[in-house]
Design a protein around this ligand. Structure first.
Ligand SMILES: [Zn+2]
Length: 399
């Protein structure tokens, strides 16, 4: 196995799943297993590196002094949807375009995943059907390491000073917490955490979340007439009064949504949690206002119930920052074009660590990894595109 792929395989075999119920930072101690390996490999290349008290790996490769320092960042954790333990990656050499058997129960067919047709005649890495692959984002980790190794082994190749950061807990939205732009030291950076090599992500959602607590009045159903106020009925009334088609399953592109992620309760009380998303920050504010109006509407209908609504904003659309300081995007466009790649831009229907880094002083668009179907057992890596990304990132930091 080639060294770049072997490194990727080594990383995905380490279980680094994060945990959104944990109070610690990082959320799981097993993320240190990968952090320590990355640190020791960077030190093996002769780079100074450290794991800070929050489990973030910072490192630095000095380059041409008159050039701006460019940052490279990826995350170490894997998603919560499915286990990342005992990942057994399978290499499919020279893919024949047929059904890929992951195990006795699960297969991937080009009918279900039409994208696979693009990869006939090339190599893929897939799961063994029981876990995710973890290419999100260990492909990013491996791409960065390969680029660093290249410049360390080829000192005659001039390059920008390179700041390196591996973060835990991206999947639970805590990756950018404790981000130290000064320590990182980059003028701008790139997260390597996307899919298609030709895509440069410069837009994310603006994000907020809402917590609703409804206190009803419970009473024996036999004597409930004109007395019972069923908290669950109020919860469903609330949800059904929101704009019906502003939901993830009905929206795409720049359309925002409300997404009910949990509803728990009894007739006596109910708790609801929503995430609210829009690329346009004004429209997000309007959505937040709409939610408050609906809260008041339900409260007026049922004055004896108690309805508490609290809304907090989370990350913001990084486009705001990248428009003001376009150096990272312009540099990427120039480099992609010099490699004969026409970069494409699509609004991300989600967030990236880079969105928050951008607001914390380091403009950070997101680039591809050559991996797809993240957060599930059908996740796969295109070896060809993974190597294309290594080439692209090498060129981005080249002098
Ligand atoms: Zn990711």
């Amino acid at each position: 196995m080639d060294q770049d792929l072997q490194r990727f395989i080594d990383y995905v075999k380490i279980d680094t799943q994060s945990d959104d119920t944990s109070e610690t930072t990082p959320s799981t101690m097993k993320q240190y297993d990968l952090a320590k390996l990355l640190k020791s490999q960077l030190e093996g290349f002769g780079l100074k590196s450290e794991i800070d008290e929050y489990g973030r790996v910072y490192s630095f490769l000095p380059g041409e002094k008159d050039l701006p320092t460019i940052g490279l960042n990826s995350h170490m954790d894997t998603a919560l949807e499915i286990s990342g333990k005992d990942v057994k990656p399978q290499l499919i050499q020279n893919y024949d375009g047929g059904v890929i058997k992951l195990n006795d129960t699960y297969s991937m067919s080009p009918e279900d995943f039409p994208n696979l047709k693009k990869y006939v005649g090339t190599d893929l890495i897939v799961t063994s059907g029981d876990t995710l692959l973890g290419a999100d984002d260990k492909a990013g980790d491996a791409i960065i390491m390969e680029v660093i190794k290249y410049y360390v082994e080829n000192p005659e190749e001039k390059h920008h000073p390179i700041a390196i950061l591996f973060t835990p807990d991206e999947e639970i939205g805590r990756g950018p917490e404790h981000f130290d732009a000064k320590k990182f030291g980059a003028e701008w950076a790139y997260t390597i955490d996307g899919s298609e090599p030709e895509l440069i992500d410069i837009e994310t959602f603006n994000a907020a979340h809402a917590d609703i607590h409804i206190q009803g009045i419970a009473i024996h159903p036999g004597e409930a007439k004109n007395k019972l106020i069923n908290a669950l009925s109020l919860a469903t009334l609330f949800d059904s009064t929101l704009p019906k088609f502003a939901r993830p399953e009905f929206t795409t592109g720049y359309e925002g949504f409300y997404h009910l992620i949990s509803l728990n309760g009894t007739s006596e009380h109910a708790d609801m949690h929503y995430i609210i998303r829009n690329h346009d920050s004004k429209k997000l504010d309007e959505q937040i206002e709409k939610m408050k109006e609906i809260r008041n509407f339900v409260a007026n209908l049922y004055p004896k119930a108690k309805i508490e609504l609290s809304i907090e904003k989370d990350y913001r659309n990084m486009k705001e920052i990248l428009d003001k300081d376009p150096r990272a995007v312009n540099h990427a466009i120039k480099v992609y074009k010099s490699l004969g790649i026409n970069p494409e831009f699509r609004p991300v229907r989600g967030g990236t660590d880079g969105a928050t880094f951008s607001f914390l002083g380091c403009p950070t668009p997101n680039l591809g990894t050559g991996s797809y179907n993240h957060h599930g057992r059908y996740e796969y890596l295109s070896v060809k595109e993974f190597r294309e990304m290594i080439k692209i990132v090498k060129a981005l930091v080249k002098a």
